[in-house]
Design a protein around this ligand. Structure first.
Ligand SMILES: Nc1ncnc2c1ncn2[C@@H]1O[C@H](COP(=O)(O)OP(=O)(O)OP(=O)(O)O)[C@@H](O)[C@H]1O
Ligand SMILES: [Mg+2]
Length: 335
């Protein structure tokens, strides 16, 4: 599996739920833009993927052999020269280079054992595989691409501005060319020329890229998919930022139209119920009046024939007597 796979991820800080049920994939060669409002939880989500923040639920899957380079929103550096800082990004390769040189010195003294020669062969192969001979040219390519000069390389990083420090961190992550590159707001301290350089660099990147950015033009040129953190979950759009905007606007318009239709249906149903109720009442009123007329006429007829006692009719109103219809019915039955 050469992809980063996230399924059902959730995270809250106390009562503040940032996201739930977040699922997406980023394959090598894909560049996913992570977008969302300020405070939506983008940085926290990225930190969950890196294992720097513990998610409340869900799973993040990535082969143990896959490497991740991370450039934080807030940069922090040591106190050496810029060149040392960049070389620090290659510390394992440089250590291997030192080992190789020490073995070469020993072999040069003569009388090297078979084991030493075999071990030396393995170290050389590994050093070549890690492109150890290209470290200096890689440092210069990335450093100059991000606007640093020869003078900057020999100067101390302690005197760099916040923006320059962010650029150094970005350069260090790019130098290693990890399998997955996580960038949190990488364009914040870059000028147009540097942004264009970064766009070209990322577009030809062989690994997977997950980048948080509010720069829609940058996302438009770089992203191959957009993961939008909204309504406390993630929605994946299979295209760049313009595609995301178009589909999102279409979905919103469709939802609004569906809402309007639903409201119209509710209004129609309420109107129907109102008219139906009014109709029932009118019918009941008409039916009640007819029943009352027929009943009182029958009472009169029966009274004339001396068949019923009309005492309660005389005592109360005729209407209240009508309301005692069931009693009358029983009385009538008895009589
Ligand atoms: N360790 C923490 N403890 C408590 N709350 C936190 C913690 N880290 C972040 N938050 C809160 O979680 C919310 C999301 O923060 P986060 O930095 O992930 O957002 P974001 O989408 O990256 O925002 P921005 O676009 O401004 O960078 C914020 O309200 C933040 O204050
Ligand atoms: Mg953030």
């Amino acid at each position: 599996m050469r992809e980063l796979s996230v399924s059902g991820l959730s995270k809250s800080f106390g009562t503040l739920e940032l996201f739930h049920d977040v699922s997406f994939r980023v394959a090598r060669g894909e560049r996913a833009g992570l977008v969302g409002a300020n405070g939506a939880g983008k940085t926290t989500l990225m930190r969950c993927l890196l294992g720097e923040e513990e998610p409340d639920g869900g799973a993040v899957r990535l082969e143990a052999s896959e490497t991740i380079g991370y450039v934080e929103q807030q940069a922090s550096l040591g106190a050496g020269t810029l060149h040392e800082e960049f070389r620090d990004a290659f510390s394992d390769i440089l250590r291997l280079g030192e080992k190789k040189k020490a073995m070469e010195r020993e072999i040069g003294r003569g009388g090297a054992s078979e084991e030493l020669l075999a071990e030396y062969g393995r170290v050389v192969l590994r050093f070549e595989h890690m492109e150890g001979y290209d470290v200096e040219s890689r440092i210069r390519r990335v450093a100059f691409g991000l606007g640093f000069t020869d003078d900057d390389l020999t100067g101390s990083v302690a005197h760099l501005s916040g923006g320059q420090k962010t650029r150094v961190c970005l350069a260090k992550a790019l130098l290693r060319e990890p399998d997955f590159l996580f960038l949190d707001e990488p364009t914040n301290h870059l000028d147009i020329r540097m942004i264009e350089w970064l766009e070209d660099f990322l577009c030809s990147y062989r690994g997977g890229v997950l980048l948080i950015s509010h720069d829609r033009f940058f996302l438009d040129r770089v992203a191959t998919k957009i993961i939008s953190l909204e309504h406390r979950t993630a929605t994946v759009y299979a295209g760049n930022y313009s595609y995301y905007q178009k589909v999102r606007d279409e979905r919103r318009a469709a939802l609004e139209s569906a809402y309007e239709k639903q409201q119209e249906k509710i209004r129609e149903t309420e109107e129907y119920i109102r008219r139906y109720r009014a109709g029932i009442k009118a019918k009941q009123a008409r039916g009640g009046k007819a029943n009352w007329t027929a009943w009182s006429a029958s009472c009169c007829r029966r009274k004339r024939r001396g068949l019923i006692i009309s005492r309660s009719i005389r005592r109360g109103s005729a209407r209240s007597a009508w309301s005692k219809r069931r009693i009358w019915r029983r009385l009538s039955a008895v009589i």
